[in-house]
Ligand binder design. Structure first.
Ligand code: ZN
Ligand code: ZN
Length: 358
């Protein structure tokens, strides 16, 4: 068998080993990203049934069937449009991905189905070195695109033009496409964490926040940098230094065994002590992999702690991205993608975090 075929089979075995604890004989996997993870098949209509004995059956329609037979040579492929309906009868106590399956499909397929949520996602948390290599490449393309576009950041260039330049450059360098809709937020727009790039031209005295990343072989990169156009005002430099210190504290807290909400607190406490706690409204970071946002989430503790998922393991790629947003004035966010390692996190986005004054 090919190397990737073996890797996919190992992933299915890890999933299968979890099924008996949930009293399921099989899991019907319908989320496309999870089907891809378990079989290698990227499609808009496929499902894979994995039994507790790790026997897998893949169903897809005629558009993808030949590809499926080629890359999933070790498992049976059923060619059928109703992918879920064709797989459910193959096992007794079948569980479905309740966080993804439409309610209408659930009732159509039979209400005796077990409902499980997030099982494949939890298998996906810890990456193998091949996956980390792909994320590392995606991050390197992101770094290079930033370096190449930096000279274009000057007064008069619009947010949209910068976003387009970053995205074009990433693709020229080998990315499949941008990992998500790029954010370029200048001046007062910087107070909106997920601002859509506008026709606003950069002005001297702006802070400009750029949040973007490359997609490479299905894996995502995520990086944010904030730069100054012209010499920054004292408040801008102070804000930058605060966010930078918080980001460093967050990165240093990322290690196997760390409790996710404590990693968040390592950065958040610095921002709160400086009086800006109310101006940092989002979580510190998130897992990165086949999805741009996936488990684990580094965020303040919820009323219901998520138990076994509350600690980081080895080889978990995450982002660390504190920000402070001041309505009417602007904002700063600094974000890296890094991966937990026993001897300290490996930084995957390598662009400097010195305040660049352009
Ligand atoms: Zn980001
Ligand atoms: Zn992010």
């Amino acid at each position: 068998m090919q190397v990737m075929t073996v890797i996919h089979a190992q992933r299915r075995e890890r999933l299968a080993a979890m099924l008996s604890a949930h009293e399921a004989d099989a899991l019907l996997v319908t989320r496309p990203v999870n089907v891809r993870y378990l079989t290698g098949l990227a499609s808009s209509n496929a499902a894979v049934l994995v039994t507790a004995d790790a026997v897998a059956t893949l169903a897809t329609d005629s558009r993808y069937a030949e590809t499926a037979r080629r890359i999933c040579s070790d498992i049976e492929v059923v060619e059928e449009r109703d992918v879920a309906g064709s797989l459910v009868p193959l096992a007794d106590r079948v569980a479905v991905e309740a966080h993804h399956m439409p309610v209408a499909d659930y009732f159509r397929l039979g209400e005796d189905l077990l409902r499980l949520s997030g099982l494949v996602e939890s298998v996906r948390r810890v990456k193998d070195e091949g996956e980390i290599d792909l994320i590392r490449t995606a991050c390197a393309l992101t770094d290079q695109a930033f370096a190449d576009v930096l000279p274009r950041l000057r007064p008069g260039v619009t947010e949209k033009e910068i976003a387009r330049a970053l995205e074009t450059r990433m693709i020229e360098l080998g990315a499949e496409k941008p990992a998500f809709d790029s954010i370029v937020a200048s001046g007062p727009n910087g107070s909106i964490p997920h601002h859509s790039p506008s026709d606003r031209p950069l002005e001297r005295g702006d802070l400009v926040t750029m949040d973007f990343g490359a997609l490479y072989a299905g894996y995502h990169a995520d990086m944010t940098r904030t730069v100054a156009i012209g010499e920054p005002a004292a408040w801008q430099r102070e804000l930058y230094d605060l966010v930078r210190a918080a980001q460093r504290a967050g990165r240093h807290a990322v290690r196997p065994g760390a409790v996710t909400h404590e990693v968040d607190a390592a950065a958040r406490d610095l921002i709160a002590e400086a009086g800006y706690g109310e101006r940092f409204g989002h979580g510190l970071g998130h897992g990165v992999g086949l999805e741009i946002h996936e488990v684990p989430f580094l965020s303040p503790p919820k009323p219901e702690p998520d138990g076994e998922h509350a600690r980081l393991e080895d080889r978990v790629p995450v982002t660390v991205e504190p920000g402070v947003y001041l309505p009417g004035r602007g904002g700063v966010r600094i974000e890296d993608t890094l991966v937990t390692r026993d001897d300290g996190p490996e930084l995957l986005t390598r662009t400097t975090k010195e305040l660049l004054v352009l």
